[in-house]
Structures are given as C-alpha cells and as structure tokens.
Design a protein around this ligand. Sequence first.
Ligand code: NAP
Length: 438
Amino acid sequence: MRHIAIVGSGPAGYYTAEAAQKQWGDDVRVDVIDMLPVPYGLIRTGVAPDHQSIKAVSQRYEKTALTENVRFVGNVMIGRDISAKELKALYDAVVFATGAPNDRALGLPGEDLRNVFGSAAFVGWYNGHPQFADLDPDLSGRNAVVIGMGNVALDVARILSKTDSEFEGSDIVAHALDLLRNSRISTITIVGRRGPHQIMMTPKELSELMNLARASPRVDPADLPEPEEDAFLEPGVRKSVCLLRSFAAIPESERADKTIEIDFDMFASPRRFIGEGKVSALEIERTRVESGRAVGTGEAYTIPADLVVSCIGYRSSPIPDVPFDERAGRFANDGGRIESGLYCVGWARRGPTGTIGTNRPDGFSVVEKIAEDFDTGAIANVPREGRVGLDKLINERGIEVVTFRDWKKIEEAEEQAAREGAPREKFVDVEAMIRARQ
Ligand code: NAP
C-alpha cells in the first residue's frame, strides 16, 4: 500500500489525488489535508464570484474526493498542528499543493497606508476567505487604482464596477455586496508598467469589460503601437491588443450613460503612495519599453487614489523544515521534487501562473516523479502508518477535523442560506463553518 499526503485541497491538490488514483488504483491511500474546514482552495476563494462556470470544475474534484481511497482532512494546518517532519515520517510521499496565498509586495514607500491592499487580501475579502473577511475596504472615495495588467487586476476592476443586478447568480459574499452597493467609485485606473504588447490579460476576460452595465473601458489611442506591429504577437496577445484598440475607439456618445470609467494607464510604473494615514494619491513614473523591459523616463505625475489594489502576483507560504526558495517565493524544487518523499505541485511548485487546467498535467507529472522514486528506491520501502498515524496525532492533540461528509453538511447550509438566485452564501469564519456541520 502507498500512503500519500497532499497538503492543500485546491485544483493542484485534487488533480494530484486523481493522478495518484489512476497510477496505483486500490493500492494507494490519499489524504488531502487543508487548513480550512472547506475544500477547493482557489476555486472557492480565488476565482471571481461572477465566474461560476469556472467554479463548476469542483464537481470533478468532488468525484475524486468521494472515492474510497481518497480522504479529506479539513481544519488541520501543516506546520502548526502537525509538522512537515511528522507527516513525512507517516507517509511515503508528501505533496505540497498549498498555492501562493500571500501578496507580493511592491516595496514602495507608503504601501502600508490605509486602503492599500494586495489582491490576495482584496479578492479574499469579496470571496469570503476567513483570513480577509474583516478587511472592510473604504469604498467611499471616487478614485480606485488597480496595479498590474493581469487577469487578477481585471477581476478586481470588474467586481468594483458591477451593479447589484450584475451580481445575480454569483456567490459574492453579503459583506462585500453590501459595501459595493454603496460604493462611490467612479474611476478605476488600471496601472500597467509596460505597454499594450505586454498585456497579461486574456481576451475572454478582457472582453467582459465591453458588456458592463454602468462602466466603460478607456484606452488612450496614443499608447497603442502601429497596427502592423501586432502581426508579430502571439495570437492570444494579439486578440487582447485588438480589444484594447476597440476600447480606444469607443465613441464618447456611447460612454454618456456610463457612470464608471475603467481607465488604462499604460507605461506607468508606481513610485510611491501618498496620504496621511489613508492613501489619497499614487505617484507614477512614465516608462518606455526597451527590449521588453519597462525603463523609467524620469517623468513623474500623480493620480488621485482613494483605494489601491495591487495585483502584481503572489508568493507561497514557507513551512518549517521544507526547503523554500525565498527569491522565487515558492518551494525549492526540481520539476516538483523537493527531495525524495517531499514534492510540490501547482503554484507552490511553479509560482502563480497559468489557468486552473494547467494544474492537471502538473498533478500527473508529480505523481510520475513519485512513482520514479518508488522504483529507484529513493523512497525507502518501509511500512508506513499513513492515515492511521495521522489520526493518532490528531486525537492526541485534540484537533477538530472536518471530513468530506462534514463539508457536505456545511455546503448544504451555505446553499440554504443563499439569497435568491445565488448558488450559496458562504460562511466567512472558521467557527461558523465548524458549527454548521453539526
Ligand atoms: P500576472 O498575469 O502575472 O500579472 C501580473 C501583473 O502585475 C503584470 O501586468 C505585471 O507586469 C505586473 N507587475 C508585476 N510586478 C510589478 C511591479 N513591481 N510594478 C508594477 N506592475 C507589476 O498575474 P495575476 O494577474 O496575479 O494572475 C495570476 C495567474 O492567474 C495568471 O496566470 C492569470 O492568468 C491567472 N488568472 C486567470 C483568471 C481567469 O482566467 N479568469 C483570473 C485570475 C487569474 P509585467 O508584465 O510588466 O511584469
């Protein structure tokens, strides 16, 4: 029997569990351990609440979770409740699928002013992550600034622009909907340090800005390169640039009935946040792009900023005794192998890039590495206690475990509490989740 522990129950975790099942069938026992009492990680607290079709992939993970040899162990934090060393001694292989839950900092003066948030915190807030449920951003000012030109920046800008009725069918949490309902934001500036040709926003997501009820995107035609230069772009980027061109061409008459403007400020590198206690402005340096890199021109200007959300990427959380690459912000690994018996997958392996689907081949390839280490004897062929040993530690320490069956009760309670048309109203604190399973 192979005993595998997967730490983290998001896409990377469940694809790895699925791959382990395919590889070893009845000869494997997989424990998927999560610090939260609820599964699915990024699907629940990262994917935008108005992108329900993407969230539907959790049905596939549920199928894996419900098989005999896979078990969900919720509300157990590795590195706090159980150490990585203990886990390694109990299982043949431990796979960290813990994602990248921390914001990368800009490292600029004034970043600690009130109402400056990283996207992990802000997205966590509107998605009901218990760690960020109390964020309470101030949306009473007119000017929001979103830093970065990736899909997370787009998510944030879109969520800040939507009307109540545009959230129908979403699972945005009540505390966020209430604040957004009373938001006074009228300009959302998306600040990108490079230009249109370096945009990381993907076409499908970018095109959503065309269909917003009260918001309209604006691009300065002067920022756009000559159209013939687009010919050299990779097709996806070319489509995104095409959309930027159409944003630049929206006639003023079409904007007349819109109350929110989503303004793209490109070739713009943030320099410092300005404000007394709370942010009020952002100083920016104009850039030009040389050999694909943003180079400062020395020209600076200031834009008003009552709220700032920095969407510039994420870092993984280190776990004591697990080698970590500080510079890269993820576990030190070679193609998913940290050392024999310890592996990582998904964002914890490669950093915060790619789509949900990218994690599937990732999961399968880490299982191949584990199989290789079994074959070469790099994983010692000794009997392991696996889940029996984990349960012993859990009992000794009085940890309140949430099982998959418990999660189904929590899920049912969330579905029952949903406002009309919404799939669920999430519990946003751990205690409430645990109570709901009784
Ligand atoms: P991303 O795509 O890597 O974009 C990060 C952005 O931040 C880039 O525009 C980058 O500019 C900018 N940036 C980085 N450091 C900066 C700095 N110091 N100053 C100013 N700007 C800086 O990351 P993301 O938006 O966080 O998304 C993470 C991953 O999740 C991506 O693969 C994304 O596609 C995926 N995602 C997908 C969806 C979806 O499909 N619906 C939704 C959300 C996220 P440079 O390019 O100049 O470095």
